[in-house]
Design a protein around this ligand. Structure first.
Ligand code: ADE
Length: 270
């Protein structure tokens, strides 16, 4: 997909993208480096990061420097290491995309305390730690822009209670930080993707299941990682200079319609 941005939109800017080795994070990293941004991509999987760095080198604008850092965002010392590394290697930190996250499908009554805690730790606490450590590593002095990737959980998230709760909390965190950090020159926004098709996402479902959800989406198609990346790049860019504390839904209007793939079975219990 052609970019709406200019080749120098992010020249002289330095970014960290968590979960940058695959899927939506990789698409964001791809756009940022092709628009001149220097970047550290982070994830727990070194091999995937190395592979993605090699791919990014092929599309990067001349100003872009590309680094990777293995990091578990649940661990505050590792997150501190990531942000310190970005500042040391790139000379500063202007942009943060909190994209790393994870969950598993389960009815709410079958989620163990351990499973619940793990999803909250990754999606909520991990995002908070990344924001706080980016602030402390220099964004608090220099200003910047943060985008938190959440999810379409606005009307509840059946089958994903843990991540729905965590993502709703991140949306609220986004608003709080937009207020507290305005005086530091930091904008904080969220992007809420709907059903996004990628080969990795499709491999988590029976064949054709994900594709079949498109009939429940007003746009009558699934989103792509590039659809999400365009919104993230907009919010990171100077074009969004007066936008903070906002959530941009990238879902083909599905959050206004019905939850793709979910129906309530016939019953007489209520
Ligand atoms: N992606 C999914 N879970 C993660 C974690 N804990 N740290 C970094 N990236 C992740």
């Amino acid at each position: 997909m052609a970019s709406l941005f200019l080749r120098h939109t992010f020249a002289k800017r330095c970014a960290v993208v968590t979960g940058g080795g695959s899927g939506i994070g990789k698409a964001i990293a791809h756009d940022l480096v092709s628009l001149g941004c220097s970047i550290v991509i982070a994830s727990r999987k070194k091999e995937r990061l190395l592979q993605t760095v090699a791919e990014l080198e092929q599309v990067a604008a001349p100003t872009a420097r590309i680094r990777h850092f293995v990091c578990n965002i649940r661990e505050q010392e590792e997150v501190r290491g990531l942000m310190g590394y970005a500042v040391d290697e790139l000379g500063g930190l202007d942009l943060l995309v909190n994209n790393a996250g994870g969950q598993f499908p389960s009815p709410a009554h079958k989620i163990s305390a351990k499973g619940w805690g793990a999803v909250i730790d990754t999606n909520l606490t991990g995002t908070f730690l990344c924001c706080r450590e980016a602030f402390d590593a220099g964004m608090g002095k220099r200003g910047g822009s943060i985008v938190n990737i959440i999810a379409d959980m606005f009307n509840g998230f059946p089958g994903m209670a843990h991540t729905g709760a965590a993502r709703a909390a991140v949306e609220n965190l986004t608003k709080t930080l937009a207020l507290e950090w305005a005086e530091a020159g930091i904008r904080v926004n969220a992007v809420a993707p709907g059903i996004i098709y990628s080969s990795t996402a499709a491999s988590n479902y029976p064949p054709g299941f994900l594709e079949g959800m498109a009939t429940d989406v007003p746009a009558q198609r699934l989103g792509s990682p590039e659809d999400v990346s365009a919104a993230v790049c907009f919010l990171l860019s100077p074009g969004a200079g007066y936008i903070s504390g906002a959530t941009l839904r990238v879902d083909g209007a599905s959050s206004l319609y019905r939850r793709p793939g979910f129906t309530i079975p016939q019953h007489t219990k209520l």
